[in-house]
Design a protein around this ligand. Sequence first.
Ligand SMILES: Cc1ncc(COP(=O)(O)O)c(C=O)c1O
Length: 438
Amino acid sequence: MAAVPTRANIDIGAALAEAEDLYRERNPKSFAQHREACAAMPGGNTRSAIHVDPFPLTIVRGEGARLWDLDGHEYVDYLSEFTAGIFGHSHPVIRRAIDAALDEGLNFGAHNALEARFAAAICARFPSIELVRFTNSGTEANLMAVSAARAITGRSKILVFRGGYHGGVFYFRGHGSALNAPFEYLLGKYNDLAAVEDFVQPHRGELAAILIEPMQGTTGCIAAERSFLAGLRALANETGALLIFDEVMSSRLAPGGLQEAHGILPDLTTLGKYVGGGMSFGAFGGRADLMERFDPRRPDAFQHAGTFNNNVLTMNAGLAGLTEIYTPERARALNTGGDRLRDRLNAVAQRHGLAMQFTGLGSMLAVHMTDRPIRSQDDAEHGNALLRDLFYFDLVERGIWFAKRGMFALSIALDEADHDKLVGAVEDFAETRAPLFG
Ligand SMILES: Cc1ncc(COP(=O)(O)O)c(C=O)c1O
């Protein structure tokens, strides 16, 4: 949201300018690296989400829950690669799995022995997935799921939600993106079932799919209410549309993802991020009668190719990650720890009487500079963006790594001492910046 030129925002602007100056002073090598990168990549960037103004820091090393930048600063990693880095950096089990795969060679141009085992582990873990296929990213998984829904139903329209993010070509935050995949979208309001039902009414016979994140991650860890998801399940049943849960991020929030936690099963599910053990990964799966349309033995089989879909590094790292490290017990423990951490952070904001809150579920959190309840992007937009930027620079200076848009994701490498450090940094911010909250 554009900053309102109030007295308070003028003060916040001045504090932010000072924090940015300090950031520039502390990071000359990252600045030089950014300049060099600009010569070969637009804006020195190949991944929009990680750009930071005035320039991004370059990370040169990671170990466990620690990162180091080019200028030698150490950070506690509270971003965990936007949820994909759930295992911490260079987990020995993941390393062994990658080494074991490398020992047997890469790029067979054929089936390998690992893919079926990994697929079976995924089907065993996520209740709606009876059959699964692999892709190379979450974006690609969503492209395949949506395209399959259109082909199966013979319909064209896709219901998505404001604030939703399903990959680079499925961007429904803010004003959306000119580069979105050219499907016919209906853009509904998240967590407002009555409005969605009304809005969909004239299009019921044309609806191919409902695509939803059970918790909007990128837009600020905004959880869907169970009644909303149940209402969408019923709407899909009534209209004949397919319900697709994008659990690329939220699958980490319970052993079987949020579908299991809510007891609401979609027709198709998309996965990505940590499920591939930290390698490039995506997957889509679901009801056997739908997924069987991809069986290449059928004369009418859907085409789904991808050179690296079954690459052995991802297959073995993913298998080890899901079955040996992020077991159901580990998933429960990490998310319980995340709930406790969120409570501690919210207690800091409350103690200082600040319009600041941490939303999310389990191991995913986001900070919002507003005390208004957050159920949708519209609510999140009421947060003070300048204060959030200031929070970012203050915490980075104190050695906390997270996303500038305010997102945190836990890894299993973090411990209670790390959480104390984060809570301490937020406490410092609250104390020093309280006057700016007005
Ligand atoms: C919910 C959700 N869906 C899809 C994607 C896209 O995944 P990928 O970056 O692997 O293409 C993301 C990435 O952040 C995501 O958060």
